[in-house]
Design a binder for this molecule. Structure first.
Ligand code: LLP
Length: 478
């Protein structure tokens, strides 16, 4: 989301060069020598110190995005009674330092597993500033959440109600909960569809009456404090139309429950899903427009229902961490391939990098579109149609499907792919026993390791048949 406040404020144009602009983070610049810097640190130095591939996080950009969300929602919801809370959705990318940084910027943290919950707690985020999601929470996850005093557990099924209430009883506490509702809205980028029924695993259906039943069952358990209703309508959404339908439907249920039982739920959570630029030419509304749009939706719906407005929360993940990271790759084999295609280029350069679908599955999984640039030097003027591919044994191992890259690109160059912060490292795998890349944050020219690089030793440590020291493997270490 743009603008991102003062993220580029610390940059010196003489030393650091010219900002590349979206989809690159605010601290990404190209110097006179043609090499790119992230927050003042040359990518060649990053590569020599940390190796490739590496996820490079622009800390000031991440913080500015977090702050922009909090400030925009504080301002937009200030006159609306309840106000607003922003939860950073840790599933996009979570580590102890990132949880701490977004919390320092005034965000809470939304977690979706025991591992994410443990990470937020280890970062020092107070339990009451953490939410827990999950359609199949284990007993251990529920127990950890209740013991840590999390601010909300989002209930996703009818059986979970008693499981959470029983855990609260065991701990002698009253657990704050929300009911996740499937409002029959699915939004994706510019479109949304509104249907009576959604054939998917999350939440309790509004149309089928399960959401209302869940509310009744929660109210019948004194160990639970019902904060409100929750919905999450999709991802990479670029306008508020889908949120409008979902918010109205949830607010209607809230008003019905109040009329029937006298209990007015104090909160409403509209989930995450706000989109970002991946290529740079997308029309991404500023976060202020989103906040004002959502405030307007809630204000009008509450006025129509004559209900006092609830405190509203939301859970952006991608919009905060996505644009703040790039992936730095080393270029290996470059091949020209005759495509034989009737449409598209007759010859395409296949540029192999030292990562691939193990650090970015989104292209293979969703057909996601990315761009890439040569970042270690200025390329020659001539470009050619190129495809950036990984090193895995699969022809679908594509990182960037179509991009024009300098025709003189060669082995040893560094290539960067922007906007990989969300669902890149967090969905990384060890396919082909490839260790996962580190995440290195840069601020004011200084780098810190956020997550270290995985090693072959790390992977072998899980292999019960491996006995260290018994067999020598060249280059493996002991
Ligand atoms: N809240 C809930 C309940 C969610 O399920 C999600 C995402 C979010 C918040 C955060 O959504 P965001 O603001 O990051 O879009 N792996 C996919 C995205 C899966 C999103 C799942 N839920 C991708 O790479 O596009």
């Amino acid at each position: 989301m743009t603008p991102v406040g003062d993220a580029s404020a610390g940059l010196d144009p003489l030393r650091d060069g010219v900002p590349l602009g979206p989809p690159w983070s605010a601290g990404v610049t190209r110097g006179d020598d043609g090499a790119v810097r992230v927050a003042g640190l040359d990518v060649r130095e990053i590569a020599s110190r940390f190796g490739t591939p590496t996820f490079v996080l622009d800390e000031a950009d991440l913080r500015a995005r977090a702050r922009a969300f909090r400030e925009a929602f504080d301002a937009a919801f200030a006159g609306l009674g309840g106000g607003a809370d922003v939860y950073y959705a840790g599933k996009a990318f979570l580590s102890v330092l990132v949880a701490r940084w977004v919390h320092e910027e005034g965000l809470r943290v939304d977690t979706a597993s025991g591992g994410e919950l443990a990470t937020a707690l280890l970062a020092g985020v107070p339990g009451e500033a953490i939410g827990l999601h999950g359609n199949n929470k284990s007993d251990a996850e529920i127990d950890r959440a209740v013991a840590a005093g999390v601010g909300r557990i989002v209930l996703d099924s009818l059986p979970e109600i008693d499981r959470v209430a029983d855990a609260a009883a065991r701990h002698g506490v009253r657990a704050p909960v929300m009911v996740r509702v499937t409002p029959g809205v699915h939004a994706h980028t510019h479109e949304f569809i509104s249907t009576a029924h959604e054939d998917q695993k999350f939440g309790l259906s509004l149309a089928g009456g399960q959401a209302a039943e869940a509310v009744e069952r929660v109210l019948a358990r004194p160990e639970l404090e019902l904060l409100g209703l929750h919905s999450h309508i999709g991802s990479q959404i670029l306008d508020v139309a889908g949120f409008e339908v979902a918010a109205r439907r949830l607010l209607e249920l809230r008003a019905d429950v109040a009329a029937r039982t006298g209990y007015l739920m104090p909160e409403l959570d509209l989930g995450g899903g706000y989109g970002i630029a991946y290529l740079g030419d997308e029309d991404v509304p500023p976060v202020r427009d989103l906040a004002e749009g959502l405030a307007d939706v809630v204000r009008r719906a509450c006025a129509d229902l004559s209900s006092p407005p609830p405190r509203v929360s939301l859970e952006p993940g991608r919009a905060i961490v996505g644009p703040a990271m790039l992936t730095l790759y080393g270029v290996g084999t470059v091949k020209e391939v005759q495509t034989g295609a009737e449409h598209g280029p007759a010859v395409r350069a296949y540029v192999s990098v030292d990562g691939g679908m193990s650090d970015n599955i989104r292209t293979a999984l969703y057909g996601a579109e990315y761009t890439a640039a040569l970042v270690s030097r200025a390329g020659g003027a001539a470009t050619r149609p190129s495809r950036v591919v990984g090193k895995h044994c699969e022809s679908g191992d594509i990182v960037v499907r179509d991009v024009d890259l300098p025709a003189d690109l060669r082995a040893g160059d560094l290539l960067a792919v922007p906007a990989t912060g969300a669902y890149g490292r967090s969905m990384a795998s060890n396919y082909n026993l490839v260790p996962r890349p580190p995440v290195v944050a840069v601020r004011g020219g200084e780098a810190v390791v956020v997550v270290r690089r995985e090693t072959e030793q790390d992977l072998l440590a899980l292999d019960a048949g491996y006995a260290p020291g018994t067999r020598a493997v060249p280059g493996l270490g002991s």
